[in-house]
Design a protein around this ligand. Structure first.
Ligand code: ADP
Ligand code: MG
Length: 294
């Protein structure tokens, strides 16, 4: 039977916007020795803004942005949201009908952790990581050590240019990491983003470890390896591309602007507030509950 203290612990948590799916997860919180974070939307706000548009050759910046909007039209990734909400700069000398976009055949493929492949009016477009374009044999020169996320764009095998997106580390992130480290928990970040972006965030937050340029399956593998080494691992993510690792961790915590039911389903603890301090609240509530029960 479950001691009554657990129910009050779960009730206490839900009053703080922390939904714990069962008393066993509350108990498991007390055993966690490693906290693994997703980057975009978890350690950072994930509210990206277009910082630079770098078209290739004589393509107009606005034209490149419009093409990117077509490619990203059906994605709910923070990158897509940023591109779709970006205003076209200066004097738009271009609209989609001039490009001959007539909605004949549209096909969108979200390549999780890499970007988008879209077929629009018989042309194949790519928008995503350096790796995405390279695996499609696009000839281009990537930016050198970008400090921000870069989306590279190509059409029918031809490089069109890049769009740079700026994100910001959450205000409370540094303090939360420091408190977790003081509580002897190892802090790790896993991201699909480029190494230069990841290392900037990892250094700013004094994280113990980080891995970049990962596919969702790689995130799962890394967490699984930690578990096999005997660690009790909590994974904290915003749910976008994170469902496998949320389910695979000792404890999966999803937080923030939870777009997908899959993420809520895959996680053991759902944090309604987009605030990293809620993780500390969850640990505190679990520790207090343990005291009441024992
Ligand atoms: P993170 O691990 O930082 O949360 P994701 O796994 O969601 O990032 O995505 C990894 C990388 O894949 C992104 O940094 C981006 O470069 C690329 N990517 C993912 N989705 C898109 C998209 N809709 N458009 C362009 N690029 C994308
Ligand atoms: Mg993410």
């Amino acid at each position: 039977s479950i001691p009554l203290g657990f129910f009050s612990g779960i009730g206490n948590a839900s009053g703080n916007g922390i939904l714990i799916k069962g008393s066993n997860y509350l108990e498991a919180l007390n055993t966690i020795d490693t906290v693994v974070f997703d980057k975009t939307g978890t350690l950072t706000y994930g509210k990206l803004a277009v910082a630079a548009i770098t078209p290739e050759n004589d393509l107009e910046a606005n034209a490149l942005l419009s093409i990117a909007k077509r490619i990203e039209a059906h994605s709910n990734h923070p990158i897509a949201k940023a591109i779709l909400s970006a205003g076209e700069t200066a004097h738009p000398q271009f609209n989609s009908s001039e490009m001959g976009f007539v909605d004949l055949s549209e096909r969108y493929e979200e390549l999780s952790g890499m970007g988008i492949k879209a077929t629009l009016d018989g042309k194949t477009y790519l928008a995503g990581t350096e790796k995405l374009l390279k695996t499609h044999q696009i000839d281009f020169t990537p930016l050198v050590s970008p400090a921000n996320t870069v989306v590279y764009i190509a059409a029918d095998g031809l490089y069109l240019g890049s769009i740079t997106l700026e994100d910001h580390i959450k205000d409370e992130a540094r303090a939360v990491i420091e408190i977790l480290k003081k509580a002897h928990k190892k802090t790790v970040m896993l991201t699909g983003d480029q190494i230069a972006v990841a290392s900037a965030v990892a250094n700013a937050l004094h994280l113990d470890d980080y891995h970049a340029e990962l596919m969702p399956a790689d995130k799962y593998k890394i967490v699984n390896q930690l578990i096999e080494k005997g660690h009790q691992v909590a994974f904290v993510g915003d749910g976008i591309n994170d469902a496998p690792v949320l389910a695979g961790a000792t404890l999966g915590l999803s937080m923030g602007d939870l777009g997908s039911d899959a993420a809520i389903e895959a996680s053991d603890i759902v944090i309604m507030k987009d605030q990293l301090t809620s993780i500390l609240d969850a640990f505190d509530i679990a520790a207090q509950t343990k005291k009441i029960v024992t």
